[in-house]
Ligand binder design. Sequence first.
Ligand code: COA
Length: 162
Amino acid sequence: MIPNDIIAKRDEPVPEDVARLLASVPEWFAQPESNAQYIRAASSKETWTVRDTQQQVLAVALVDRHFPQAIEIHLIVVDRAHHGLGIGSELVAAIEHDALAGNVRLMQVKTLGASHPDAGYAKTRRFYEKLGFLSLEETELWGSGTPCLIMVKPLDQVAASA
Ligand SMILES: CC(C)(COP(=O)(O)OP(=O)(O)OC[C@H]1O[C@@H](n2cnc3c(N)ncnc32)[C@H](O)[C@@H]1OP(=O)(O)O)[C@@H](O)C(=O)NCCC(=O)NCCS
């Protein structure tokens, strides 16, 4: 796939695709109970996808709208065979574009913090940093041993620099 073919859009819930995509990245999503929660969440949460020309889902993001001015990417996962091709960036850009149009000012993600040595999540943090997310706080929201890094991206800045 070349970047021009990548179209990210708001979609219907795709819990079965979420299950398949999570299973493709066991290094990041290895806990069955946590995966089951994501798959359940995928039945009702706002869903964004990237599909290929055969309509196969290559990537999914689930979005929470906590307040009119603040959204959270609850889950983002790209099929393992398609990492590093710009698909995740395109998905976040589409969500961001829609958010800006709706006057949302802050986008949040939670991920594994750097005080955990996991190499996969170090890549994930680089992905968010590259897209302009800033580390806000590392918390024990997920329990000790699973540091939760809260990252935020102010969208006003994007609007100002666009
Ligand atoms: C993180 C993820 C969503 C990024 O999507 P992507 O389509 O692979 O990323 P893009 O191609 O748009 O961006 C590439 C950048 O992301 C980073 N990156 C993060 N994970 C990566 C991976 N597995 N492979 C390649 N690049 C990755 C790199 O910094 C890369 O930039 P570089 O090529 O200049 O080094 C995707 O790799 C993924 O699903 N990872 C596993 C699940 C996960 O971490 N989900 C988020 C949990 S909080």
